[in-house]
Design a protein around this ligand. Sequence first.
Ligand SMILES: Nc1nc2c(ncn2[C@@H]2O[C@H](COP(=O)(O)OP(=O)(O)OP(=O)(O)O)[C@@H](O)[C@H]2O)c(=O)[nH]1
Length: 304
Amino acid sequence: MKKAEVYILSGFLGSGKTTLLKRLLEDEQKSGRKTAVMMNELGKVSIDSDAVSGEDVSLKELLGGCICCSIQDKLEAQLQGLLLDEKPDVIYIETTGAAHPVEVIDAILSPLFADKLLIKGILTTVDGTRWMDRKLLSPQLQQLILEQVRHADFIVINNMNELEANEQAKITFEIQSINPYARCLLTNYSQVPLDQLRRLTVSFEKVEQKSQQIKLNLSTFVYQFKTAISHTEFENFLKSLPDSIYRIKGYIKFDYSDFPFLFQYSYGMPIYLKEDMNMPLNLVFIGEDISWREIETQLGNLEL
Ligand SMILES: Nc1nc2c(ncn2[C@@H]2O[C@H](COP(=O)(O)OP(=O)(O)OP(=O)(O)O)[C@@H](O)[C@H]2O)c(=O)[nH]1
């Protein structure tokens, strides 16, 4: 089955995410692909959804919380519904300005359907003037903006017309020092060449296409078990993992049990919860600069 492409739009409040989304949707309308949008807003009433009014676009709104924390279950249910009912070619997810990119990817990649999604990348918008003044924000918000830049695959710096030439150079230098691997563009109103953006691919496929010396940044990988495995060997595998694997979750079947376990792993801590029915044996990984090919080989060896 063809996977649905997923683009995540991240960036601080008012930095130009919706403006970028509108441009992407206009482009999709020309391409004729089946397009879906998920918009997440912190408040209970949607403000931005008027921006998405094209007839060919399915819109799901997630209101009243942030997808990376308070309404993660709702996101899972809506995404699953979307994949089953609409079968979109591409899904754009606009996050709240307060969302952390790793947690958003984590929320999207449910083990129930992670194998049906192809995460194309995180597009982060930055308001150039806000960046210059970011020291005025609380330390937590400064940290959030840094994380949104650090994990991005494509960075759009808006409000260029409001900046002097030396400020433009300073911002570009600062942002590229934080994330040298993302494509970074200074512009106004999120005017970016969309063909460049479409060439992104940050999941396992990227590892196969690019040579090993290229840094991979944040990426994801989904492994599908065919058989039950040994619990002890799986624990040994976990102990050998690098710290830059932030998150693992999914369903695993051990050779002593009829039904799988729901497995959760973050910051090196594994948790197992026994299920009472069969589930798809998908294991979802999120990490930074990981050779997923090696991980795949190790997992394959557990099945021998
Ligand atoms: N002057 C100027 N205004 C811009 C630029 N990009 C976006 N804007 C405006 O800034 C405002 C916020 O832009 P949005 O695209 O809604 O930003 P957002 O990140 O979706 O905002 P939230 O949904 O509140 O997080 C809108 O009025 C835009 O028209 C720019 O490059 N220059």
